[in-house]
Design a protein around this ligand. Sequence first.
Ligand SMILES: [Zn+2]
Ligand SMILES: [Zn+2]
Ligand SMILES: [Zn+2]
Length: 257
Amino acid sequence: MPLLTFADTQGQAHAVRFAEREEIRIGADEGWSNLTLPAALDVAPQHAIITRSAFNRLLMVIDLAGRATRVNQHPVVRLRVLRQGDTLQIGRCDLTVWEVQIRRLEAGDPVLGKKCPVSRRVFQVGMEVIACPGCGTVHERDSWFLIEHCAAGCDYPNRQVIMDTLPSWMLVERHLDQDSRLIELIENGKVLQDGKFCQAGQARDQVPFQRGQHAVYCPSCQTPFHLECFVTLPTCPVCQYDITGLINRSFGVQNGG
Ligand SMILES: [Zn+2]
Ligand SMILES: [Zn+2]
Ligand SMILES: [Zn+2]
């Protein structure tokens, strides 16, 4: 579930969680805002709205105040897509956007006893889960990372968001095509380029990389993997790089809901 975190003027940390499809109105006017911030920090009475695109389900901020809303230091001109880990500045308040969060189930969690729509496993205490940011449906961690779109049918673009969330210094090849060195190229029955194989050891790795797939390179040894293979591996099978740790840092593992 999307979350905004920020520190107030006293340095006190706050988190605002919002329900699916709800918009968040941010401003200094308490009657209008869902999230009220101090006018003394250059926050307009009706400053900005965070909502979700009906087209691609991504989070967007709409600036109502004119030039006093920034994302990662860049002024927002009317509207802008918000991504995981973005810093949203409302006047002089800094907020951090957490679109997707991994959480570890604790006793009393309302999803305990229900089933993941992908793996069909029953949720139990200690399991790591991700709630779909689009519709709230809870998935097992690896299930959420394996699927292209939300399995509950809301069409949330899991893979696109995963690629946007991985650190920008990682090499990601989106939608492999004939320009990629990973896929097999055959012309008139002659092999012009041998395809490369993902080293994850899954059934899909018996054949070389295919057009349209997404590839991610291990940050340490530069071995290419399918995106969905990489993000569900505990460590790189070639160099033992700690992939779970990387994913945990990128997706902010939290205990409880
Ligand atoms: Zn969904
Ligand atoms: Zn590696
Ligand atoms: Zn693979």
